[in-house]
Every structure is written in structure tokens, then in C-alpha cells.
Design a protein around this ligand. Structure first.
Ligand code: CAO
Length: 448
């Protein structure tokens, strides 16, 4: 190995040609002819290849530097066996954007004009956002995802910049994984199709996550997802992407409710059922939904109206070995806590045994996700669309509460309501929570 300087070869009749992309960083390993930087003149963009194989030790240029023949680009710890071949920087191998796949026949005359680069094509500017996002910024065009480099000709880079496609997210099908124009087109098509189908991983204008070969960092194991996880993942992504969520937090003083629950436990045990806080919460939610019918509704598919349901069926998230399931307990407003407990135990046990039917999983009007038996102080549940709201329940605990003259120990239950902000205004969401909290604090509210 020996440190070698890499200078700009003869690229023809160009002077002060600006650097628009620096494709390597110190520590990067490059093969001979891997691209190091991209230059862009008023007529052409061209990649400057490495004349050596080895490890880059210094990068001596940055975006917007203007380069001339002989200017230093980088230093490389070059492999000895490349010495002979590399001694002559291969100016003839400079690629201009007239060819996506082949070096220009005569790079000393890269005369074929290209399209004007778009404003987003300037090197310091991160690539524009995805096709229709208007949202956040994608990674810079020359970013390397997880250390994975991508190879593409200047014309393909220009094409992708114009369309705001981050090449880090495109899989190349050309020789040595080189990204071709049709790969960029295919990536755009996949995003658009995913959006049209309400796909799990992408939505309109939402760039997919980068594909990273994690094995380059250490040992890995690939485990297939269960069918339930795949289905629930798709459903959760669709809900998350389509529903503008707001989450409202509150705490309910359930000291009396919990005392009442405990007093019912012996009776429940005789009946062979459990008496957990969840059935009381279900009862209170059903009651409050009657007072807030917009929360027991769904947006019409055309977004022009609200379909209010006159029945109250609560979906209850159940943790199963194969993933999350949300079976539905029907007509909760018409049932008592013993009946609800029996039904909840039966349906959650069938969920865990993989014995739910389609009917068990459909017809919900509002959902509850309770992690109270596990722990945690708060979480933000995802609305189970096309429902409008979901209540997240965390673990109740004894807290010192100021009653106006002293601190008193009270059993406090943390609650989080996520709702579709297109349907529910913040004030309505807060009122729903206040009413729910009041009902849980004093179950006599259920009589009113
Ligand atoms: N605060 C304090 N203790 C609570 C509580 C709360 N909010 N909720 C339950 N507990 C207690 C119960 O009383 C029970 O204790 P005891 O046996 O001493 O009475 C214990 O925690 C275990 O309860 P449980 O979890 O078995 O029963 P449940 O009725 O509360 O919940 C079910 C049933 C099916 C909802 C639950 O088993 C489950 O699967 N929870 C996970 C749901 C989930 O994964 N949600 C996340 C979805 S992704 O966002």
C-alpha cells in the first residue's frame, strides 16, 4: 500500500469546472474506476473515476469548488498491485452524461449538451422530496445509506435529482448494481402504486426507508413476519398515513372504582372470571361515547360526511404470540361488568389461540388498547381506522394528590386518547377525556 495523490485528468476544453457531488469520504474503500466526484459544466456533467484501488485517506475537494486539470482531488492508500496500471490516470475513462453505461468514447471532448440541471441539482441542496409529497426533505442525493454506495451515471443522477428521487433508495439492476434510468422510473412507479393501494410501507410522496445490508455491521438473522404481523402492520401504516392524529392525555382518579372492583373480585372468582379495571373502563367509554357521538363514527370514504353509528362495539387490542389482534365486544353499553369480563376473557383467549373469526374482528366503533397489566406511564395509540378514536390505558398507581389542603394518596390511571383531527376538534377531544375521567372517578355517572 502507498499513499497516492489523485488529480483531475484532462477532461477536455473545460476550465474552472464546478464540483457538484463528492461521492467518497475518508475511510471509503474504492475500486479502480469507481467514481470519486461529479463535475458539471454548462454543457455536461461527468464523473471522475479513481485511477487506483484502495482506501481514500483524504478528500481535498468539496461541492462548488472549481477544478482544472491537475488539481488535487483526493489521496488514496493505493494497493501495490494496482501501481503499474494506475500510474496513468485514465482520462479517457471520464464519463460524461451522454452515456449511462459506457465510458465516453473520447472524454476529452464531452461536447454533447445535457439538459439544464434543475435548481435542486446543486450539490449542497438536498434532493427534493418525493414525487408528490411537498413534505420533509429527503437525504442528500449523494448520501450513503448505511455505508452502501450507489453507482449511477451523471445522466441518471441528473434525472433522479429532477424528480426528487433519492438514489440511496433505488436498487440498481445494471452491471455491478449500477442504477439505470429505468430503475429510477421503477422506483417512482412502485411508490405511486403503493400509494394507490394504500400500501404498508409507502404513501404518496413518502420515500421508502433505505435498504441496508445490516450484515456488513455484524451477525444477523432474518426471521419471517407472522401473517398477523404483516396484516396488522399494513393496517397500522395505512391508518397512520391517512389519519391526522392528535393524542390527548389525562389521568383519572380511580380510587373508588378500584375499591369497588376489588369488592367484586370474590364474586367474579366464583363465576370463574377475572375482574380487571378494563371492564370498568369499557363501560365508562361506552357511556361517554353516547354523549360524544362523533367519536363513535367513521368518515365517509369521500371525506364529505360523517357516518355516526347508533351501536357501541368496542375493539379491544389483544397481545397474542403471533401479533396484535383487535377483537370486538358488541353492545358494551347494554352489558354489565360481569358479562363484559366473561366475554373479554373468552374472546382474548380465542385471539391467543388463533381461533377468531372474521365476524369477531369486524364491526368495531371505537377501540381500547390497554397496557395497564404490563406497565408504562403513557403511550400514543394509533387510531384503528376507519374508526375515529382509540383510548390508550396505562398502569394505574398510587400518587400523592393535593386535595386543596393536603396531599392524599389516590389511585391514578393514565389515559391517552388518539383521535382523527379531521373529525374531532381539540376542544371536543379534551371534553371527551374530561367526561371519561369524571365517569371513572365516580361510577354513579353511569346512571345519569
Ligand atoms: N392499571 C393497573 N393494573 C392493571 C391495569 C391498569 N390499567 N390493567 C390491568 N391491570 C392488572 C389487572 O387487574 C391484573 O391484575 P390482577 O390479576 O391482580 O387483578 C393484571 O394487571 C393483568 O391484567 P390482564 O392484562 O390480564 O387483563 P386486562 O383485562 O387488563 O387485559 C387484555 C386483557 C386482553 C387487553 C390484555 O391481556 C392484553 O392483551 N393487553 C395488551 C394489549 C396490547 O398489546 N395493546 C397494545 C396494542 S399496540 O398499540
Amino acid at each position: 500500500m502507498a499513499i497516492k495523490s489523485i488529480t483531475l485528468p484532462d477532461i477536455g476544453n473545460y476550465e474552472n469546472t464546478p464540483v457538484i457531488e463528492v461521492l467518497v469520504s475518508p475511510g471509503d474503500r474504492v475500486e479502480k474506476e469507481d467514481s470519486l466526484i461529479t463535475l458539471e459544466s454548462d454543457k455536461a456533467t461527468m464523473e471522475i473515476p479513481s485511477p487506483y484501488t484502495g482506501e481514500i485517506t483524504k478528500v481535498l475537494v468539496k461541492n462548488d469548488d472549481n477544478l482544472n486539470k491537475g488539481d488535487l482531488i483526493a489521496e488514496i492508500d493505493a494497493e501495490e498491485d494496482e501501481k503499474e496500471e494506475a500510474s496513468e490516470p485514465a482520462a479517457e475513462k471520464v464519463q460524461d452524461d451522454t452515456s449511462a453505461e459506457e465510458p465516453a468514447a473520447d472524454a476529452s471532448k464531452p461536447e454533447v449538451p445535457t439538459q439544464e440541471p434543475s435548481p435542486a441539482a446543486t450539490a449542497e441542496t438536498p434532493a427534493a422530496t418525493g414525487p408528490a409529497s411537498g413534505g420533509g426533505q429527503a437525504m442528500p442525493i449523494n448520501a450513503q445509506a448505511g455505508g452502501a454506495k450507489f453507482h449511477a451515471s451523471p445522466s441518471v443522477r441528473l434525472f433522479s435529482r429532477k424528480l426528487g428521487v433519492d438514489l440511496a433508495n433505488v436498487t440498481g439492476t445494471g452491471p455491478k448494481g449500477r442504477i439505470l434510468q429505468e430503475d429510477v422510473e421503477g422506483a417512482i412507479k412502485a411508490v405511486m402504486e403503493g400509494a394507490a393501494k394504500g400500501g404498508a410501507a409507502t404513501g404518496a410522496g413518502i420515500p421508502p426507508l433505505p435498504e441496508i445490508d445490516f450484515s456488513q455491521f455484524g451477525e444477523i438473522e432474518e426471521k419471517p413476519l407472522s401473517r398477523i404481523k404483516k396484516l396488522s402492520g399494513k393496517h397500522l401504516s395505512t391508518a397512520w398515513l391517512n389519519i391526522p392524529h392528535v393524542t390527548q392525555f389525562d389521568e383519572a382518579d380511580i380510587t373508588e372504582m378500584d375499591a369497588f372492583r376489588k369488592s367484586l373480585k370474590p364474586r367474579a372468582e366464583k363465576m370463574g372470571i377475572k375482574m380487571t379495571p378494563l371492564v370498568f373502563i369499557m363501560k365508562a367509554v361506552a357511556h361517554v361515547l353516547g354523549e360524544f357521538p362523533n367519536m363513535n363514527a367513521s368518515m365517509a370514504p369521500d371525506g364529505e360526511s360523517l357516518i355516526v353509528k347508533k351501536y357501541i362495539n368496542l375493539g379491544v387490542a389483544v397481545d397474542t404470540p403471533k401479533g396484535l389482534l383487535v377483537p370486538v365486544v358488541r353492545d358494551v353499553d347494554k352489558k354489565g361488568v360481569f358479562e363484559l369480563s366473561e366475554e373479554l376473557m373468552e374472546i382474548s383467549s380465542r385471539a391467543r389461540d388463533g381461533k377468531l373469526t372474521g365476524a369477531d374482528l369486524s364491526g368495531g366503533t371505537f377501540s381500547i388498547s390497554s397496557l395497564g397489566g404490563i406497565g408504562g406511564t403513557q403511550f400514543t395509540p394509533i387510531v384503528n381506522g376507519p374508526e375515529v378514536g382509540i383510548l390508550g390505558v396505562s398502569k394505574a398507581s398510587m400518587q400523592p394528590v393535593w386535595d386543596g389542603s393536603e396531599f392524599v394518596p389516590r389511585m391514578m390511571l393514565p389515559l391517552a386518547l388518539s383521535y382523527d383531527h379531521r373529525v374531532i376538534d381539540g376542544a371536543e377531544g379534551a371534553r371527551f377525556m374530561t367526561t371519561l375521567s369524571r365517569t371513572l372517578t365516580d361510577l354513579r355517572e353511569l346512571m345519569l
